[in-house]
Each structure stands twice: as structure tokens, then as C-alpha cells.
Design a protein around this ligand. Sequence first.
Ligand code: SF4
Length: 288
Amino acid sequence: MNNNVCLLCPNSCKINKQLIKGACGTANDIAIAKFYLHKFEEPIISGINGSGTVFFCGCSLKCVFCQNYELSRNLRGKIISVQELAEIFKQLENMGAHNINLVNPTHYSDKIIDALKIYRPKIPIIYNTHGYENVEILEKMNDYIDVYLPDMKYFSPAISKRYTGKEDYFEKASKAVEFMINSKPIVFGQDRLIKSGVVVRHLVLPQCTSDSKKVLDWFAPFKEKAFINVMSQYTPFGDIEKFPELKRKITKREYGTVIDYLLSLNIKNAYYQEFESASEKYIPQWDF
Ligand code: SF4
């Protein structure tokens, strides 16, 4: 970042972030909505004790249906210093967290590095992102990160433009995730939890099974090197008034179509869910 352009994400806002907010809705302060032991990530992440999760406010992608709308758009949360963030890492580690899980960290990545320089936990650090990333920034983060948990949300530029305003989502996210996969080989500990590696997440959306299949086609060449989680929990939420197709959950048939395709590609490093998991009960209660 120089004084007039922030390059922490592909939005490349031409602003002085010391003074004004960028497209992510944040300026120079760190804001978080919650930190706790999260027990409902993938089993290789949450384990028994839970994942030491920090939810950051603001977002550089802003999908219209965001389940975390209160913090991604409305910036509900509290401002903390870099020192306080480092202390949160230590606190979560002392609470027995299996890892530190940074949720939506992209627009704070420079400050997260500063916090990790103050206190580097002995447990794995997870970078949990929407996937819209600059590889140059990931290269700077990479020494501080053990596990990447990126979304691969959209293949089609038309769909990503409709739901985020960004036509280049797949172009940027695919390069970012390929970098992640090539830099973090899968390693498990004796506790059967992931210590290094990549778990790609894909949320199936209403009327988007063709797009989901294209995402799986893209992932297939990496199927021995990373995991994929195909998720069914889309719940109508957020700023979807102008998007009638998003006002329903996905059908069992839509999800089944995508899972059948996953199986036809012989992708074995995969998670998929009980279809009934689509529910607002999976949206956390924000603390701040
Ligand atoms: S991190 Fe925020 S300010 Fe920086 S380029 Fe991205 S959207 Fe703009």
C-alpha cells in the first residue's frame, strides 16, 4: 500500500486509507464482531475444542446475499488495536483452540502480519477468505499462514457481476487459490486435524447448478492436492430485494445434481452436507 492506492485486494482503491474508507468499508482501524471457539467448521478444522475464530468487519467483495451482512456491510463491531489483536490470538490459544481462524481477513492483511509479529501462536493460522485476492499480497502473507480456507463462489463473470458487481471474480480467485494450493501441501497432525493445506468452499446457489459444475471442473485437476467442501446452506438473507431468484433456498434436486457431478469427477477429498442444513441458525450471534 502506498499513500494513494491500497492494493490489499483487487479493488485497488485509489485512496489514502489513513484518511478515508475504501470499497471494503474500512479505513485504518481494525474492527471485529466476534472471537470465540467455533465448533461448526469442517471436522478437520474444528476438532473437539473448536477453531479460534476472529470475525473481521467490512468486506472487499460484498455478495448481495451475505449471511454476515451485519458486519460485512453495516460494520457492526468494535475497533481494536494491532496489540489487542495479538492478545486475542493468545487468548484463543489459551482457551484450547486448535487453530486461529481469520474470517474475511483480506482488507486487514497488513495489520494481521503486524499482530502475528507481536505474537505468533504455536497452533496453525487459517486464512478464511472469499477468494477475491491479489496473489502479490498472498505472497507477503504466506509465511504467516498454515491453512487456506478460500471460497470459490462463481465461475461465470455474468453471475459474479450480478451478485457482487465484479466481473473478474473467477479470474482473480482462481489465480489466488491456485497459488494457495501450490504453496500449502496437505499435512495432518496426530490429532487428525489439518496443519497445512487448502480447503476450497463452494456454496451452491439457486438456479446456479451449471456454474457449480464449472467450479468443480476447475477444481478437478487439484483433487489430490486440496479439499473441497460443497455447501448446501444457502439461506435467503441480505440485500436481495432485486434478486427474485435468491429468495428461496436451494432444492434437494439442485444440490443432488451438483453432488452427483462431484462424484462423477472422482473427487474424493470432498465434504458435502446433510441437505437439511440450510438454516439461519448457522449465522452466528455477533458480540460487539
Ligand atoms: S482492501 Fe479495501 S481499501 Fe484496499 S483495495 Fe480493497 S476494498 Fe479498497
